[in-house]
Design a protein around this ligand. Structure first.
Ligand SMILES: Cc1cc2nc3c(=O)[nH]c(=O)nc-3n(C[C@H](O)[C@H](O)[C@H](O)COP(=O)(O)O)c2cc1C
Length: 176
């Protein structure tokens, strides 16, 4: 799959096939895509906690407000970033997207959540005070075969998104 196909077909996957584990080689490649992600001023303000133990995945699910589905993932990665660095939230978003795209390239589905009980997740996963849990990504092989090609993505049309030279200007009919 080339990079463009990977981006345009990727969907959030929240239902995973419990019978097919993700190999440690594939998981390592997903982590390598995180490690090699660019960050603001190359500060690399992130650390990653891999959660694969079933009891801990259940805890992660209990600690979430918008990611209960993570209990069914094969493994999850908690992305923690240091808020001392001004762009840490942008960096967290970039690293999550790279991991999700790397996974999709290998046929592994994923979804992320951001809603969590911060105190609980800190306590359960020993997250130090100088890091903030920002995003959790759950990974696993999709239960149903589905891609952005078979399920049309629910997105705004180009002509509501893009203008040229100044906001709201769609002067050239040949443009999107
Ligand atoms: C910043 C951000 C926060 C999100 N938070 C959650 C979340 O808390 N729980 C969840 O299940 N999905 C979450 N998502 C995933 C979105 O629901 C998903 O990207 C969107 O619905 C498009 O999904 P699709 O690509 O499958 O069409 C989040 C996505 C982003 C970019």
């Amino acid at each position: 799959m080339d990079a463009y196909d990977c981006i345009v077909t990727k969907l959030e996957i929240r239902e995973f096939d419990a019978n097919i584990p993700v190999s440690s080689e594939t998981r390592l490649k997903i982590l390598e895509s995180a490690r090699l992600t660019g960050s603001s001023l190359n500060t690399q303000p992130w650390r990653f906690i891999v959660v694969e133990n079933q009891n801990n995945l259940k805890k992660l699910s209990d600690d979430s407000t918008s990611g209960k589905w993570v209990s069914g993932a094969n493994f999850a990665i908690i992305i923690i970033t240091n808020p001392y660095f001004r762009f840490h939230l942008i960096d967290a978003g970039k690293v999550a997207q790279n991991m999700q795209l790397a996974a999709w390239n290998f046929g592994v589905g994923s979804a992320l959540f951001t809603g969590m009980y911060e105190d609980k997740i800190r306590e359960d996963f020993a997250i130090p005070l100088d890091y903030k849990p920002v995003i959790v990504v759950g990974f696993g092989y999709p239960r149903k075969k589905i891609t952005g090609k078979t399920k049309k993505k629910n997105r705004l049309p180009m002509n509501e998104l893009v203008s040229f030279e100044e906001y709201g200007s769609f002067t050239n009919k040949n443009r999107p």
